[in-house]
Structure formats: structure tokens, C-alpha cells
Design a protein around this ligand. Structure first.
Ligand code: BEZ
Ligand code: FE
Length: 303
């Protein structure tokens, strides 16, 4: 009979998975057990600390709802989401860098004509975004769906608003690239914002004296047939949180120098009230396959 002491326990738990039919599941469970046991051994975890961890994870689960995914937030602030992204995108071959999807991708992006002001009713400094989608050789990709979304001037996404169901989307849209791979739209200059701090993850961030902010950015999900779906952001150069993003999502190539403009017309020839801002960014797609991610909300009981 095995003796379940400090030295023999890990081997016994690893062995308990030996009949697992799926070899990948078997491998993941074995490595998870080894990593968890290694953590307990290395830290000499006390009963109180173990109980705190159980209570914390319970509160994370209880905070999840159909519109709130506190576990993804936990993964984000611990750098796990970016690490999963990194190990799955090791070779970019010149393609645009990727970053986290974030919890505010709710899908259902409505196709809109180029030039639409997606933040029409919001206060904020006006911005014109012009972009192009190409392959790795610079050949334009036409007819590509590009989902865009960003926070308002108070740092909230439309889906965080209590009246989202009735008010409908804001600062959230889909554009389809033209024959030259281009798309463009109007919006406001996004600002930096804190991740939600009214739950256990935000409380942990504050208690550990981290700041909860993300640098200003626009999210893009580019889904071109024959290419890997691209989940990324474009960040605004000069933001004070670029070096300390709470979810570790910034990469140099994703920072855009947004120009302040005083001309009376925007690039599509329509008149502008000066000053306004111009963001120009090109997306280079990597050949490949894959399904674009779906919004990941909390599982429901009957799911
Ligand atoms: C976001 O950019 O929307 C986001 C990403 C990760 C955690 C929280 C927010
Ligand atoms: Fe965001």
C-alpha cells in the first residue's frame, strides 16, 4: 500500500490518471498535478492559506454571470492569457502581432458602411481610423470582416452599461474591406481605463498594490479566409500605462503614432471640426486556418 506522504504523494496522484483514454488529457492532468504539488512544496502552504485560496476561487466563480467572466479576468491579470497567446503564436513571419481578446467581445457586430461614426453619441476627441488588410507580401485582402470595439471616454464598454440590451451597441462595429483591402471609420480617441475592480480579481490587484489600468487601445478581430484569425489591439503612442498594462498585452508593433490634425477635412473628403486625430494602421495576415474566437461568457447550469 503506498504511503501518502510528502515524497510519495505526487507519484501516486500522477499514476491515478494512467487509464485516461485521451493521451493529451492524461498529459495535461499529470503536468497540472506536478505543478500544483510543486507549488505547495515550495511554499510550505499553510492550512489557512489553502482555505483562503479555496475561498478566493469560490468568489471568482460566484462573480461570473452571463455577462461577466471573472475567471478570464484572473487569467489575464496573472499573465496566463498572454502566455497561452505567446506559445500559440511563436512564429509570426512578419504578420501583425496578437494580443488578448479581453472580456468585452460580445460578438454580434453589425456590418457598417465605411466612414461610419461608431461613437456618434459619445463625448470625446474625434478620431478617424484608416486601415488596410494585406497578406504577408502586402497584397490587399478584399471582402475581409473586421470587428472593432473600444471603451468610451469614461473607460466603459457598451456591454458594461446596465441599459446595453435596450440601448444597443456603441463603439462596436464590423467593417468589410474593399477591393484594395481598405476600411475606415470615425470614432473617439479611446482613453486608458481600469479593469473591473468590483470583484475578487480587482480586489486582489488593489491589495497587492498593482494598478488596475490598461493603456488606451482599440480592439480588432480580423477574419480573412485562408488566414489565421487575428485577435489584436492597436494602442495609442504616449499612453502612460504602455509599460505597465495590468494584463501584459502590449507589444511594440501594436503601438500607433496617432497624429493630431487641424485640417478641415478628413481623409474621405468630409468636413471635420478641428482638431481631430488620425490613426493609420495596416494588418498583415498569416496564412493558415482556424475559427475566429467566440465570446466566452460564464457557463450556464444547463450548458
Ligand atoms: C480589454 O481590453 O477589454 C480587457 C482585456 C483583459 C482584461 C480586461 C479588459
Ligand atoms: Fe479593451
Amino acid at each position: 500500500m503506498p504511503q501518502f506522504n510528502d515524497t510519495e504523494l505526487t507519484a501516486a496522484v500522477v499514476k491515478s490518471f494512467e487509464e485516461t483514454p485521451d493521451p493529451r488529457v492524461k498529459f495535461l492532468m499529470e503536468e497540472l498535478v506536478k505543478a500544483l504539488h510543486g507549488f505547495v512544496r515550495k511554499t510550505d502552504l499553510s492550512f489557512d492559506e489553502w482555505a483562503y485560496a479555496i475561498d478566493f476561487l469560490t468568489r471568482v466563480g460566484q462573480k461570473c454571470s452571463a455577462s461577466r467572466q471573472e475567471f478570464i479576468l484572473l487569467s489575464d491579470v496573472l499573465g496566463v492569457s498572454m502566455l497561452v497567446d505567446a506559445v500559440n503564436h511563436r512564429e509570426r513571419e512578419g504578420a501583425t502581432e496578437t494580443t488578448v481578446l479581453g472580456p468585452f467581445y460580445v460578438g454580434e457586430h453589425k456590418p457598417m458602411p465605411h466612414g461610419t461614426d461608431i461613437s456618434a453619441n459619445l463625448t470625446g476627441e474625434r478620431m478617424f481610423v484608416q486601415s488596410r488588410v494585406t497578406d504577408l507580401k502586402g497584397k490587399p485582402l478584399a471582402g475581409v470582416a473586421v470587428d472593432v470595439w473600444h471603451a468610451d471616454d469614461d473607460g466603459y464598454y457598451d456591454s458594461q452599461r446596465p441599459d446595453y440590451e435596450t440601448a444597443g451597441p456603441s463603439s462596436r462595429a464590423r467593417f468589410i474591406t474593399d477591393a484594395d483591402g481598405r476600411f475606415f471609420f470615425r470614432t473617439i480617441l479611446p482613453c486608458s481605463y481600469p479593469i473591473p475592480t468590483d470583484g475578487p480579481v480587482g480586489q486582489m490587484i488593489l491589495q497587492t498594490r498593482r494598478h488596475p489600468n490598461r493603456p488606451a487601445h482599440i480592439h480588432f478581430l480580423v477574419d480573412a479566409p485562408g488566414h489565421e484569425p487575428l485577435v489584436t489591439h492597436v494602442f495609442i503612442e504616449g499612453d502612460k500605462y504602455l509599460d505597465s498594462d495590468v494584463v501584459f498585452g502590449v507589444k511594440n508593433d501594436l503601438v500607433s503614432r496617432v497624429e493630431k490634425r487641424t485640417d478641415q477635412v478628413m481623409p474621405d473628403g468630409k468636413s471635420a471640426e478641428a482638431p481631430w486625430h488620425l490613426m493609420t494602421y495596416e494588418f498583415r495576415m498569416k496564412p493558415g486556418q482556424g475559427a475566429a474566437p467566440k465570446p466566452m461568457m460564464a457557463a450556464t447550469e444547463d450548458a
